[in-house]
Structures are given as structure tokens and as C-alpha cells.
Design a protein around this ligand. Structure first.
Ligand code: SF4
Length: 195
């Protein structure tokens, strides 16, 4: 059983893709984008260690309690923890195969495919949608799923379709976690932080 370095988990959000979704943010990102809205997620150390079985159970609990239609995975950089996340998704799909998967990555799809590593291709195979590209703060966008206009939404399976973008609105959701506020979603301005 693999372990993951987890930045944040929310059992249900409505801001990262269509409908109600469990949201996973992993810890660690190599890109260091200026204006990143989650700079605390960039260091490889930090966050909390969780087993793939524990994280899968939290998502399955969300499927039962919160009636989610999918899972959105962001970060941090998900493909740095590709094998652990693949294990999580395999465990979840064994019980809830209907849950769709959206993944955000700073790596372009072509770059991910060129790595030719089983762990990375395994996670790509679990993705219904991949939103790729680093965040560029001088390329603002109104698309509710993208952080900046340079990013591309890849519909990989047909389980999520381009028309589903119209089911989403661009806003943020705030959650209180212990002694801090945590913001989910893509703010329209990256000039200030909320936590
Ligand atoms: S890829 Fe995402 S998480 Fe990583 S630094 Fe850029 S905006 Fe932040």
C-alpha cells in the first residue's frame, strides 16, 4: 500500500469541475508559478501523510454521504504522486465506478505521455479530463475550470463533455480547517491570498 503526501482534502466542493466533487490537493509541486494560489502546497515536505487506502475511504465516504459525482485532483502536482493516486482511484472505482475524475497538472499532456512511465500512464488512464499547463497570471481567463488561458482542457473519455463546462460557475468556496481558512476554486484575482 502506497502513501501520499496530502495538502488538503474536502469531501465536497462545487468549484472544480461539474457538479459536486470530492477534492484532493496533493503536496509538492516543481513549477513554482508566480501568483500560485496555493504556495503552501509547493514544498515536497509538509501536508499530511496518508495511505492510499485511507484516502480512498474518505472519498468513498463522500460518495455515500455527500452524493458526489466525481473527484477532482489538484495540488501541488498530482503526477509527482502518480502511483499513489492511481492506487487511490482504483480502490474508489472498485466501489463507485461511476465517479468521474478530473486532474490538474502543470505538465502538458504530451510531456506526460513522453515520460513513458507506467505510474504516469496509469494515472492518465484514470482521468476523464486533464487540465494541463502551468498557471500564467498574465493570461487571465473566464473559463470556470481553468486558472489561466494558456491551459488546455482535454476531454479524454467522453464521460465528461465540453457542454459540462456550462454547468460550472467561477467562484470560490471557503472552509474553516482548524485555525485557518481554506479556499477552494479559482479566484478571479491572484493578487491576494485568503489564508
Ligand atoms: S502548477 Fe499549480 S500548484 Fe504548481 S506552482 Fe503552478 S499554480 Fe501552483
Amino acid at each position: 500500500m502506497k502513501t501520499l503526501q496530502l495538502y488538503q482534502f474536502e469531501p465536497v466542493v462545487t468549484v472544480l469541475g461539474p457538479g459536486r466533487r470530492a477534492a484532493v490537493w496533493v503536496q509538492g509541486c516543481p513549477f513554482r508559478c508566480p501568483g500560485c494560489c496555493a504556495p503552501d502546497s509547493q514544498p515536497d515536505s509538509g501536508g499530511t501523510v496518508i495511505t492510499s487506502a485511507q484516502l480512498a475511504q474518505r472519498i468513498c465516504d463522500s460518495a455515500m454521504d455527500c452524493l458526489i459525482e466525481g473527484i477532482s485532483i489538484s495540488g501541488g502536482e498530482p503526477f509527482q504522486q502518480a502511483e499513489g493516486l492511481t492506487e487511490v482511484l482504483n480502490l474508489v472505482h472498485a466501489q463507485h465506478p461511476q465517479l468521474t475524475v478530473m486532474i490538474y497538472s502543470g505538465f502538458a499532456l504530451g510531456v506526460l505521455r513522453s515520460f513513458n512511465r507506467p505510474g504516469i500512464s496509469g494515472l492518465l488512464q484514470k482521468a476523464d479530463v486533464l487540465i494541463d499547463g502551468v498557471f500564467l497570471r498574465d493570461q487571465p481567463t473566464t473559463n470556470p475550470w481553468k486558472g489561466s488561458e494558456n491551459q488546455t482542457i482535454h476531454f479524454l473519455t467522453g464521460r465528461i463533455e465540453p457542454a459540462d463546462v456550462n454547468r460550472s460557475h467561477r467562484h470560490i468556496e471557503l472552509f474553516r480547517r482548524e485555525d485557518r481558512l481554506f479556499a477552494a476554486g479559482i479566484p478571479t484575482s491572484f493578487s491576494s491570498r485568503l489564508s
